[in-house]
Ligand binder design. Sequence first.
Ligand code: CP
Length: 324
Amino acid sequence: MGIVVGPHLLSTKELNKEQCDYILDTAQNFVEVSERQIKKVPTLRGRTIINLFLEASTRTRTSFEIAAKRLSADSINIGAKDSSVSKGETLIDTVYTLQSMKPEIIVMRHEASGAAHFVASHLEHSVVVNAGDGLHEHPTQALLDALSLRQRLGSLDGIKLTFVGDVLRSRGFRSLTYLLQKYGATVTVVAPPTLTPPEMKKLGVNITCNLAEGIEGADAIYSLRMKHEYLADQFVPDLDEYCKRFLITEKIIQRCAPKALVLAMGPFVRGTELTSEIADGPRSLVSTQVTNGVATRMAVLYLLATQHATRFCKNIEDPQEGGQ
Ligand code: CP
């Protein structure tokens, strides 16, 4: 029996290295589809995917929708304002309602940590993809980041990655850390002490508040947005002061990590987390991450939908029908 992913994709913590490799290899195969003139394959024809985004999103929501369309699936998007959640319907009643329409997959973003697990534990016929749940996990973000790193570094084995910024409120940080640790990566965190409580050590990461020290020798630096909307909670009393100590500039990278690549967890704010020189420069993987988001989500939808078919469908067609 081959490698099985699923039935749901809720976190990277629950994946093993072989499953990560399998998803990344599948995603790499799908990269080419988006480079064609006609960016469409019949792979998921007749399958239905619902994107239930109850929290704001640009990249994740759009790329899941594009991924579904490029696979020829029928995709439906539901946001918080246009769903009956806004009338007081509970999350579980909403997903029961959606499940009754027989979608193979419900892609879900929600502000509550654990929301995707909660929904998955109640559904019997649809699989759930976590597109970000509160402060918990964002597995497809980590997979697209890993694909972007693997393409440029050749391998994820033993790499050194340094996160800079708001690790405390970053679900993407948690998901990528869990994923890279399966490859023996060294993960370092650079952030003000208010954002790195003692419990963070349990993740097995190195922690420092010194940017130069934290990025020294890094293969890649990952910028995390300082959450302006949370400044009122006083983790960082003054954004200008934060920038003086943590802004990622070409000058500091040249001095400490001259070959380092730079990733960013979009959305990012130029001049607060990283300079435009960095974001638009040759070491930046920012636009590569977004491009790989489509291929990665195609891979996840393809693997989960075809494995869904083997579990639930009476008349199983060849999942590769028509090829890629
Ligand atoms: N990185 C990410 O999840 O971006 P969006 O919130 O725009 O989807």
